[in-house]
Design a binder for this molecule. Structure first.
Ligand code: 5AD
Length: 350
């Protein structure tokens, strides 16, 4: 089968086997890529029309007890200024977001021991009480089943936890020994079981990544069936051991987004900040490859530059939640429409 036939098969059945995916990734050319994106866009349109959902991202702490080798806010980086937003500040962000019309708040942070389960539960409860028509998404890393359950019972609706890479050997090259892929996968399984809408995902062209690794990511996602899938290029951070590694490319990231859309047609896929950071048209290219979510930054502007996962991370213009009109304009200019509803996965029933 040639690549065009493989893409047709993927479009029709939303499935390809390992050998087929690897062949496609190893041999895909520019013409194939355009065809792949065309099919991915058609698939996203079939399920989600031209809608782009919007989430307000509140990066509420850059303290982290982990030491992921690629990440700028890892604990051993002594060169960044740490901050955490106390409850009142988080509420202020949410209020600004609500006024702007956002109906989903994503609370993202490093794994910060200051925010005990009790504190997180309190934040969720207060937010849910004030904004019962909004979805609350957590993105605060690996926790126990019981903690996840407590947050869910307090009212959290969704949880984002990228698996980062589904290959054990590769995972070990990106993380210190205390962080294990099986724990990560167990967390994702638990989150699904508890009833969250779950987001997984991975970086594209992270150090040591092979096409075989990327195929494993796709097959893992196909099996897990998360509701959301975050895919962005790896971008080096100057205070990490990967500072001299090359940045992931727009082309490869787009291919991975399109393949993901075709394998998991109903998923919610953000055009990530990392994608916009590496290319000023990254976001639009993401939409045209099947992405259907944006997550503009709702954190106080004074802390935005401190949430430095990677170098040059953008948080202004269409990455800034306060620029809602600009965001909408650019989405419309790209041929899509902004949807500020909760934006649940269409396959999801509470
Ligand atoms: N480049 C790109 N993405 C990164 N992340 C962390 N560090 C980097 C980096 N250097 C991503 C991880 C994490 C998410 C919050 O940010 O995939 O899950």
């Amino acid at each position: 089968m040639n690549n065009k036939e493989l893409i047709d098969k993927l479009y029709k059945y939303n499935s390809l086997n390992k050998a087929e995916l690897l062949y496609l990734l190893n041999t895909i050319n520019n013409e194939d890529k355009n065809y792949l994106c065309e099919k991915a866009l058609k698939t996203r349109t079939k399920y989600y029309g031209d809608k782009v959902y919007v989430r307000g991202l509140i990066e509420f702490t850059n303290f982290c007890k982990n030491n992921c080798y690629y990440c700028g806010i890892r604990c051993s980086n002594k060169n960044i200024e740490r901050y955490r937003l106390i409850l009142d500040k988080i509420l202020e962000c949410a209020e600004i977001g609500y006024e702007l019309g956002y109906k989903t708040f994503v609370l993202q942070g490093g794994e910060d021991p200051y925010f005990t389960d009790e504190k997180i539960v309190e934040i969720i409860k207060i937010l849910k009480e004030k904004y019962s028509d909004c979805a609350i998404t957590l993105s605060i890393g690996e926790k126990s089943y019981d903690s996840y359950k407590k947050f869910f019972q307090a009212g959290a609706d969704r949880y984002l936890l990228r698996h980062e890479t589904a290959t054990k050997e590769h995972y070990e090259k990106l993380h210190p020994e205390n962080l294990k892929l099986i724990n990560r996968m167990e967390c994702l399984k638990n989150l699904k079981e508890i009833g969250y809408q779950v987001g997984a995902g991975f970086m594209v062209e992270s150090p040591y990544q092979s096409n075989e690794n990327l195929v494993e990511d796709l097959l893992y996602l196909k099996e897990l069936e998360p509701h959301m899938i975050g895919i962005g290029p790896f971008i080096p951070h100057h205070d990490t051991i990967f500072k001299n590694e090359p940045t992931g490319t727009l082309e490869k990231t787009i291919i991975m987004i399109a393949l993901t859309r075709l394998l998991l047609p109903k998923s919610l896929i953000p055009a990530t900040t990392a994608l916009s950071t590496i290319n000023s048209n990254g976001r639009e290219a993401g939409f045209n490859a099947g992405a259907n979510v944006v997550m503009p930054n709702l954190s106080p502007t004074s802390v935005r530059s401190k949430y430095s996962l990677y170098d040059n991370k953008i948080s202004l213009g269409d990455e800034a939640a306060e620029c809602r009109d600009l965001i909408e304009k650019k989405i419309i200019a790209a041929g899509f429409s902004l949807d500020t509803s909760r934006g649940d996965n269409i396959a999801w029933n509470r």
